[in-house]
Ligand binder design. Sequence first.
Ligand code: FUB
Length: 308
Amino acid sequence: GAGNPDQPVSVAAPTSLPVYGNPIIRDKYTADPAALVHQGTVYLYTGHDDPPPGKEWYFMKEWLCYSSTDMVHWTEHPSPLNVQAFAWAKADAWASQVIERGGKFYWYAAVEHGTIGGKAIGVAVSDSPTGPFKDARGSALITNDMTKATGIGWDDIDPTVYLDDKGQAYLYWGNTVCYWAKLKPNMTELDGPIHPITTLPRYTEAPWLHKRQGWYYLSYATGFPEKIAYAMSRSLEGPWEYKGLLNEVAGNSNTNHQSIIEFKSQWYFIYHNGALNTHGSSFHRSVCIDKLFYNKDNTLRRVQMTTE
Ligand code: FUB
C-alpha cells in the first residue's frame, strides 16, 4: 500500500497504450479464439461480441483478425469476414477456425442458416491469411438436417479442422455431440459419412485438435459453465481416451473456448474469459493467452490462468 516501501506501487495503464498481459485485446470484446501459425507469424482469428446496451446474448456479426510474431504485441487487421459473406446465412458469426493448405487459407465458420434454420458451417477461402475471404461453396458445408443425433438446432457449431501428415483433412464440430467427417482435398466438400463420438464425458462444445510426438489431442469444453477437458489418441479417427481437465471456468464467462498452438518451441493455451466486463460477461468476452506444458508421459498439465 501507499507508504510501504516493500510494496510495489501499481499504476493503472491507460488503455490507449500497448497493454501486455491478459486479456490481450482491450478495445473490443473478442471470443472463440482460433490461432494459425504460418511462416513465423501467429494469426489469431476471433469472434466479436458486440451486444446493444442492455442485451445479454451472443450478438456477433463479424470475425476479427490479429497477428503477432512474439505472442505479446498484436496487430489488428481489417475484419476479413462477416455473416454477409455467406449469402445463405442470416446471423451469428460464431466460432471458427482458419487453416492453410497448398497456399490457400480456408476459414470454417458457424452461422445461422437463412432457410434451413439452425446453425450451419460455411467455408470461406483466401490467398492470404488476412483476407479478403469469400464464400468457397455458395452453400453451407454442414446443415442442421445432416446431423440428427441431438434434435437441437445449434449442434452444428464450433468447427475445427486438422490436416494430417498424409494430406487427409478432418473436420470436427458440434454442441452436445461431437461430430467428425473427412474432407476432400479441395477442403470444401465432405468425403464420407458423419460420425458422432460417444466417448467424451460431459462434452459441451468447442473441439480443438492438435498433435505432439505422435499423439493427437482432442480438447473440448465440458459442463456449463464450461471447463476445458481433453482426450488423447494415436489416430484422428479415435478411439479417444479421456484424460481429464485442462482448464477451470474462465473468470466470469460461461464459455471458455480454447485454441492450442506451438509457436517458437513454446505451447500456448488461448481462450476467452469475462475479465473486461463486470456484468453480463458471458456476452462481453475477452481473449487471453497462457502457456501450456506437458508431463513426461505426454499428458497435459493443468493451465494456470494468469493476468501476465
Ligand atoms: O460465441 C458463440 C458460442 O459460444 C461459440 O460457438 C461457443 O463455442 C461458445 O463460445
